[in-house]
Design a protein around this ligand. Structure first.
Ligand SMILES: Nc1ccn([C@@H]2O[C@H](COP(=O)(O)O)[C@@H](O)[C@H]2O)c(=O)n1
Ligand SMILES: C[C@@]1(CO)OP(=O)(O)OP(=O)(O)OC[C@H]1O
Length: 160
């Protein structure tokens, strides 16, 4: 059986925070604000996996009212989400995702992001696609006020 999920997330860009996207720290004058490390891409992917599983979203599993998740490493959150998928008997089909940011330039960091995500999900890097786009200076992303990410995930039931 195949199940599909989609995820979408947004975080504000502010001074004095690291810019962590897809588990990679990107050198930039601003970073993403959140209760956790605000890794917008890993949150969108985590939500897509939970969506495919019919298991709600990361806010349900890791509430932003819980001090345990203050400045949490979103790689660890994705690892926990993937444990749920494995427990329910699923493996990764493929992921497609898009980072929506005017700046910084994501392209140099995308191979590292895809490698990291594939490692966490026990998959081959060919199963993980990460893209980036600007919004041509339009809207909140275009003004550099925040960064958004979206993701679609296909999970396959493991046949025993
Ligand atoms: N933050 C970003 C945004 C885009 N890219 C890359 O640039 C290409 C052109 O972007 P457009 O928005 O003009 O389509 C795009 O295909 C991305 O590869 C990027 O690296 N970082
Ligand atoms: C990850 C969590 C938990 O630390 O907090 P944030 O970093 O604020 O991120 P968000 O995308 O709002 O989603 C869920 C949260 O509960």
């Amino acid at each position: 059986m195949i199940r599909v999920g989609q995820g979408f997330d947004v975080h504000q860009l502010v001074e004095g925070r690291p810019c962590i996207i897809g588990g990679v720290t990107i050198p930039y004058e601003k970073g993403l604000l959140g209760h956790s490390d605000a890794d917008v891409l890993l949150h969108a992917i985590s939500d897509a996996i939970l969506g495919a599983l019919g298991q709600g979203d990361i806010g349900k599993h890791f509430p932003d009212t819980d001090a345990a998740y203050k400045d949490a490493d979103s790689v660890k959150l994705l690892e926990q989400v993937w444990q749920i998928a494995k427990r329910m008997g699923y493996k990764l089909g493929n992921i497609d995702s898009t980072i929506i940011a005017q700046k910084p330039k994501m392209a140099p960091y995308i191979p590292q992001m895809a490698e990291l995500i594939a490692n966490v999900l026990g998959a081959d890097v060919a199963q993980v696609n990460v893209k980036a786009t600007t919004t041509e200076q339009l809207g909140f992303t275009g003004r550099g006020e925040g960064i958004a990410a979206q993701s679609v995930v296909c999970l396959q039931k493991v046949v025993l």
